[in-house]
Ligand binder design. Structure first.
Ligand code: AHM
Ligand code: MG
Length: 332
């Protein structure tokens, strides 16, 4: 009986947004966002098939088609958001400069996004994702980068869509994290449930340990600690931030991409990687810290990007494990 009821009572992402935000403009903008994610999901899936056929030698559609996916995803996002009529300024990982929306299509939201994060994973059929942060404009007149060079605490929404064995859309409006799964048969994201760190977090550490010798001694010691003792932590690292953060929230543990000798601010970008993932992590009950950055430890949420593609170090995950890493800094 339950199954039958589930079949006739689907809670869609659109319905969820309307009831949770009670905000018409947010609903329209997020409708554009979910449309873009569905289109990207389709393109990723199609390219995957084309690539596998290509590898098999029975078609010529490998290589190029697949490589163009990040460009295609970028165009999809920009068109959908621009045409929603709800945005003023867009920052994309794929665009050097911010996109100013023409006045006749302008709305109040400023968004930053990575249209296809982890795209180096496409060719081997590993999950990728779209990450986004949403700010509300404070100024009037012509939009400028100052409308988005703001701390994470100013975000009104953030989320990601993961293109894996299923397409998951995860979003927060600052009041918990919600997970939706794309039901291809009806083309809708269906509510799956609230997403929270588990009561009993798994012992997992997730980082690119190939950078070990470039890290500061605190991160090195923390990593050694995870591996030490009779019950060492498990190592899990996809190399696709969306997947690594998704797993971290669902199973527990810690994901870090710290600063190193070569990249003194780390690798990941503040506006469309650090901030949105920090808000989601905190809203799911975890912690998101920069580690030692600009002379202090601090919440990623409080980082103010200096430029639109600025970077910051990242340590995020369940409280237990983030605190374990930070303890090495606090000890001095
Ligand atoms: P990208 O935006 O060029 O895809 O790079 C970002 C990705 C993240 O998804 C991931 O966490 C990180 O780069 C992995 O970096 P590395 O290959 O140095 O481990
Ligand atoms: Mg990226």
């Amino acid at each position: 009986v339950e199954d039958v009821e589930a079949e006739v009572d689907k809670y869609t992402l659109s319905a969820f947004i309307i009831s949770h935000t009670k905000d018409k403009e947010m609903t329209i903008m997020m409708n554009a966002m979910q449309l873009a994610c569905k289109l990207i999901a389709r393109a990723v899936r199609k390219a995957g098939v084309a690539n596998l056929y290509g590898l098999h030698g029975s078609a010529n559609a490998s290589g190029d088609d697949v490589k163009k996916l990040d460009v295609l995803s970028n165009d999809i996002m920009i068109n959908a958001l621009r045409n929603s009529g709800m945005c003023a300024l867009l920052v994309s990982e794929e665009e050097e400069k911010p996109i100013i929306i023409p006045e006749e299509l302008r709305g109040k939201y400023c968004l930053a996004f990575d249209p296809l994060d982890g795209s180096s994973n496409i060719d081997c059929n590993v999950s990728t994702g779209t990450i986004f942060s949403v700010f509300e404009r404070k100024s009037t007149g012509e939009p400028t980068v100052d409308d988005i060079l703001r701390p994470g605490t100013d975000m009104v929404a953030a989320g990601y869509c993961m293109y894996g064995s299923a397409t998951d859309f995860v979003v927060t409006f600052g009041n918990g994290v919600h997970r939706f799964t794309l039901d291809d048969s009806v083309g809708e994201f269906i509510h799956f449930g609230e997403m929270k760190f588990p009561a009993k977090n798994k012992t997992i550490y997730s980082c690119n340990e190939g950078n070990f010798t470039l890290w500061d001694d605190k991160i090195q010691k923390a990593t050694e600690m995870f591996k030490a003792g009779p019950k060492p932590y498990s190592a899990r690292y996809v190399g696709s931030m969306v997947s690594d953060v998704h797993r971290t929230i669902l199973y527990g543990g810690v994901f870090y991409y710290p600063a190193d000798k070569k990249s003194t601010k780390g690798k990941l970008r503040v506006l469309y990687e650090g901030l949105p993932m920090a808000l989601l992590t905190e809203q799911a009950g975890g912690l998101a810290n920069t580690g030692m950055f600009k002379g202090k430890l601090g919440r990623i949420m409080e980082v103010i990007p200096e430029t639109i593609h600025d970077r910051c170090p990242i340590i995020m995950g369940c409280e237990r494990d983030v605190e374990k890493v930070l303890a090495f800094y606090k000890e001095g």
